[in-house]
Design a protein around this ligand. Structure first.
Ligand code: PLP
Length: 461
């Protein structure tokens, strides 16, 4: 019998609402000019649908909010710390937990402990803060992701895969002694939220073990990666998200996590490792830069909510299905209208291909930055540039890095917006796409030296 397509709906209902402001086009034109055409510098009060980031913007559950009241604020040995440690051990499988204020706190500690000046740190594409900390410690980042990851319109089920030949070449060229670890990101953010396969991760781990190179995951979006493995990789269709996350982590020596994503909290993060000696050194640094080893940079209530979020993200598969399902819903609406975007649709957001949408704007006039601003003016939807501005300058040549991907990211917060918000967003993107000839380039009026995308200012050319 032919099966009828069935609609899906969120596996939760709304208990509390937060009103959002409706603004006029005139208001938004002024707001974006005042913000130097940088969506990071807009006031959130001027934003209607905020897709700047899925980081720290999730809605917590009633169970998490209840946990906030039960948070133990003891300076040392907080009960909430032990709940968090149990959650990390049960779900990720790492015995040693080092809590930090957010993901970059963990990246800082890991990079400082393992990287010597002149070392090479391979990674499956880069993440801004991750690479910053590697370079800050004197390391040289080497991209070992498969080529397909840099091709927005090429369909590949696992665009986050490590290219083992590139990794082997690096090992042969510089020697394993010069490689303190490989940083493997789950569901690669800058590639468009693209997963790596279990087979690839297993093979990467095998190759690294041969040379005694530790594998450190950026497990920030391991749940979304697990969902894609369940959907796309043979042999995993009947495995739960929880089982798949545990298997992902089994092919690693440790992980940094920004808890502001998968973990369903507004702030927090951690480093987790298997090796007690490394954990001991990390704890020594933790007390210098973050806080005591039983809270790092978090309050007791934050740790309590985080412990509960870690369980919630894998307790049922319905959560991951609805989360990624909402992203796919928006992406499919845009594809139907012919808008160029990174394919396949990723796990945490839609990545518009600004280079394809605005071919009349050269990359040094920042097409993705200009498209982000145009979208905001059209409807109050806020996205984020992920292109030449985010990539920064090459420290050796001083020139822009000119990344192959020039994208606008519209990241969807977890459990926050409805399908109607997705419909409004899709209509606005289509409107701007149809009038794309009217969008012009930008130039810097202020360019910060590091992580320039956060605070840079621009004007229209
Ligand atoms: C993949 C990835 N790693 C690390 C980080 C940094 O985490 P945080 O913002 O919590 O410092 C982020 C944040 O966006 C991320 O997406």
């Amino acid at each position: 019998m032919e099966q009828r397509r069935r609609s899906w709906a969120e596996p939760y209902k709304i208990k509390m609402v937060e009103p959002i402001k409706m603004t006029t086009r005139e208001h938004r034109e002024k707001a974006i000019a005042d913000a130097g055409f940088n969506s990071f510098l807009l006031r959130s009060d001027d934003v209607y649908i905020d897709l700047l980031t899925d980081s720290g913007t999730s809605a917590m559950s009633d169970n998490q909010w209840a946990g906030m009241m039960l948070g133990d604020e003891a300076y040392a040995g907080s009960k909430s710390y032990y709940h968090l440690e149990e959650a990390v051990q049960e779900v990720y499988g790492y015995p040693e937990l080092i809590p930090t204020h957010q993901g970059r706190g963990a990246e800082h500690i890991l990079s400082q402990l393992l990287i010597k000046p002149g070392d090479y740190v391979p990674g499956n594409m880069y993440f801004t803060t991750t690479r910053f900390h590697q370079e800050h410690a004197g390391g040289i980042f080497v991209d070992v992701i498969i080529d397909e990851a840099h091709m927005p319109s090429v369909e590949h089920p696992f665009k986050g895969n490590v290219d083992l030949a590139k990794l082997q070449r690096l090992i042969d060229d510089v020697g394993a002694d010069q490689i303190p670890y490989i940083s493997v990101e789950t569901n690669v953010n800058m590639a468009g939220g693209q997963p790596l396969s279990m087979a690839n991760l297993r093979a990467t781990y095998g190759l690294c073990k041969k040379y005694d190179i530790p594998v450190m995951l950026d497990a920030t979006r391991a749940v979304e990666n697990a969902y894609f493995i369940q959907q796309r990789e043979g042999g995993y269709e009947d495995r739960s998200i929880k089982e798949i996350v545990a298997e992902i982590c089994s092919y690693s020596d440790g992980a940094t996590v920004s808890s502001k994503k998968d973990n369903l909290v507004n702030i927090g993060g951690f480093l987790a490792v298997r090796d007690l000696e490394l954990a001991t050194r990390a704890r020594a640094m933790l007390v210098q830069f973050e806080g005591l080893h039983t809270y790092g940079g978090m309050s007791g209530r934050d740790m309590e909510a985080l412990a509960r979020g870690i369980h919630e993200m894998v307790d049922t598969d319905d959560h991951a299905r609805a989360r990624v399902g909402q992203v796919e819903y928006l992406g499919n609406a845009l594809l139907k209208a012919g808008v160029p975007l990174v394919q396949p649709i990723g796990g945490h957001g839609i990545f518009l291909d600004a280079a394809a949408i605005l071919p009349h704007i050269p990359q040094d006039q920042f097409p993705a930055q200009a498209l982000t601003a145009a979208l905001y003016v059209d409807s109050g939807v806020r996205g984020m540039e992920r292109g030449n501005v985010s990539a920064g300058r090459n420290p050796e040549t001083g020139d822009h890095r000119y990344p192959k991907l020039e994208l606008v990211r519209m990241a969807i917060p977890r459990r926050v917006y409805t399908q109607a918000h997705m419909d409004v967003t899709a209509e606005s993107v289509v409107e701007v796409y149809e009038n794309r000839a009217r969008v012009g380039g930008l130039k810097f009026t202020y360019e910060p030296q590091e992580l320039r995308f956060f605070q840079a200012r621009f004007e229209k050319i």
